[in-house]
Design a protein around this ligand. Structure first.
Ligand SMILES: CC(=O)SCCNC(=O)CCNC(=O)[C@H](O)C(C)(C)COP(=O)(O)OP(=O)(O)OC[C@H]1O[C@@H](n2cnc3c(N)ncnc32)[C@H](O)[C@@H]1OP(=O)(O)O
Ligand SMILES: O=CC(=O)O
Ligand SMILES: [Mg+2]
Length: 521
């Protein structure tokens, strides 16, 4: 019986991979990993039911939770009361400093969509967090030096561990691969939990890609076990759950309930949500087929139903509702730049008007835009939990209404999906989990949409605006043409191979990051 680090021990790794952290990982793995694996199996069973003609819907067995008016989530913890603008991004050293200094209220320190979970990123990212919280972080290039601003100007840190599906192969418990989620969670809690409490904040998390309230219960059990192990009072840990899978959209209230003493609200993770819609109903024909990715906006009926329900559900239970990511980033081209800011402003204006308490930006340059929009709606309130949205009544049918999404499937859209997926995979395999491509922020969630659309369009024999049918041959030919347009085409050989497998294999691969991860030692 042992806990073994089989990844290399870099400089100062012992500060993160401490005896206590490894002990906690051992405990969490032994107590919870069998259930994690069962819950992942359950995802498959539900998928098979849907493929056979079944449907998602609100659960009969949890009706009592939804109808019980008596429960609310915990009051917001220090640093999480006012969340009008949150910046997201990876935990490399420079971006850690830039994000904390950005003027945002919260920084989502990302070990999920914006991160490649190489061993160096997993442990190195934790070291950067530790140094930032200890106020011992600096960084310099030939031309610029980076240091943290005064404490009262820094964003509150909220760490997003990996999703339940991702393994960590450099850390074994009793010879078994561990869960990336539990590893990221435990390493941060042990290294930084008490330091955060001493600074008047706490160990806060964003929980990604869950598919059911039972998966939320598993997180809650991890929190309780870890708090007891470290002697922390229950409710010390706080977690905001991303509602970013199709099944979870039908279990929002139950997810809040499971985590209620640890809950810090819900976030509308629009990109993974769109990915999950495609993935969940991928074999169900035209009724569940989306048009070109860039034409699926937040105002199409099923997206609108999802965000309206999220605000209503949160505010009914006293929980923050946080908006999602508009993927536009600043550009050096003035016309593109102007458009990007206008689009972000419009997106945040809709969210603030709908009752969200704050929202996400991908880039420090967008912080002020989001902040200004929310501030104009919030006035002197720190949030708008008082906006109950009792006017919202979303039905399962509305959430499932993908068919009325306007738009078509075009060759330009197919080429865009191919190029984005290949360029993103190349960056990911090189250790960078978020990149700007064609003026948009791209990360694991947006790349999943691109490759899953191609998979679905080929399965459905979709005919493009040009009259051509989406086939393996066409996608392969266009992939080669798109790679030829890029600087240094040879750089994309491994990404091309990985892309063709995840986009075209008859068997749909659940996450593109799973085969990609296996390419690392
Ligand atoms: C679907 C979802 O889950 S969304 C959430 C997950 N995705 C993300 O978090 C993506 C976050 N964003 C990013 O990673 C970046 O903005 C990118 C990769 C898209 C673009 O980054 P860059 O190409 O470096 O942009 P750009 O050159 O304009 O950056 C200007 C400066 O801002 C910094 N910066 C840009 N984005 C961020 C960020 N999110 N956090 C901190 N610093 C940032 C850059 O490091 C750079 O710093 P410097 O001037 O000191 O060198
Ligand atoms: O994590 C956020 C998303 O949109 O996906
Ligand atoms: Mg996501």
């Amino acid at each position: 019986m042992s806990v073994d680090v089989i990844g290399p021990m870099g400089e100062r790794y012992d500060e993160i991979l401490s005896e206590r952290a490894l002990e906690l990982i051992g405990l969490l793995h032994r107590e919870l990993n069998p259930r994690r694996l069962e819950l992942l199996e359950r995802r498959q069973t539900r998928q098979e039911e849907i493929a056979a003609g079944g449907s998602l819907g609100f659960l009969e067995e949890t009706k009592a939770v939804r109808e019980d008016p008596s429960w609310r989530v915990a009051d917001a913890a220090p640093g999480l009361v006012d969340r009008r603008v949150e910046i997201t991004g990876p935990t490399d050293r420079k971006m850690t400093i830039n994000a904390l200094n950005s003027g945002a209220k919260v920084w989502l320190a990302d070990q999920e969509d914006a991160n490649t979970p190489t061993w160096e990123n997993v442990v190195g990212g934790q070291l950067n967090l530790l140094d930032a919280i200890s106020r011992k972080i600096d960084f310099s290039t030939a031309t610029k030096s980076y240091a943290l601003k005064p404490d009262d100007e820094l964003a509150t840190i909220v760490v997003r561990p990996r999703g339940w599906h991702l393994p960590e192969k450099h850390l074994l418990v009793d010879g078994e691969r561990t869960s990336g989620s539990l590893v990221d969670f435990a390493l941060y809690l042990v290294a930084c939990g008490q330091l955060q409490l001493d600074r008047g904040a706490g160990p806060y998390y964003y929980l990604p890609k869950m598919e059911s309230h039972l998966e939320a219960r598993l997180w809650n059990d991890a929190f309780v076990l870890a708090q007891d192990f470290l002697g922390l009072p229950r409710g010390t840990i706080r977690a905001t759950v991303l509602i970013e899978t199709y099944p979870a959209a039908f279990e929002m209230e139950e997810i809040l309930y499971e985590l209620r003493e640890h809950s810090a609200g819900l976030n509308a993770g629009r990109w993974d949500f769109m990915f999950s819609v495609i993935k969940t109903y991928r074999t169900r024909g035209a009724d569940f087929q989306l048009p070109d990715r860039n034409s699926v906006t937040m105002t199409v009926p099923f997206m609108r139903a999802y965000t309206e329900l999220l605000v209503r559900t949160c505010h009914k239970r006293g929980a923050h509702a946080i908006g999602g990511m508009a993927a536009f980033i600043p550009s050096k081209d003035p016309a593109v730049n102007e458009q990007a800011f206008a689009k972000v402003e419009a997106d945040k204006t809709r969210e603030a008007g709908d009752g969200f308490d704050g929202s996400w930006v991908a880039h420090p340059g967008m912080v002020e835009t989001c902040k200004a929009v929310f501030s104009s709606v919030l006035g002197d309130r720190p949030n708008q939990l008082d906006v109950l949205r009792e006017d919202v009544h979303v039905t399962a049918q509305q959430l499932l209404d993908v068919a009325s999404t306007p738009g078509s499937v075009t060759e330009a859209g197919l080429r865009n999906n191919i190029s984005v997926a290949i360029q993103y995979l190349a960056a990911w395999l090189e250790g960078t989990g978020a990149v700007g491509i064609f003026n948009l922020m791209e990360d694991a969630a947006t790349a999943e949409i691109s490759r899953s659309q191609i998979w679905q369009w080929r399965q459905n024999n979709v005919v493009l605006d040009t009259g051509a049918t989406v086939t393996t041959d066409l996608v392969t030919k266009l992939a080669d043409e798109e790679i030829a347009k890029l600087e240094d085409p040879a750089r994309f050989a491994t990404a091309r191979e990985t892309f063709l497998a995840v986009a075209l294999d008859d068997e749909y691969i659940d996450f593109l990051t799973l085969p990609a991860y296996e390419r690392f030692k």
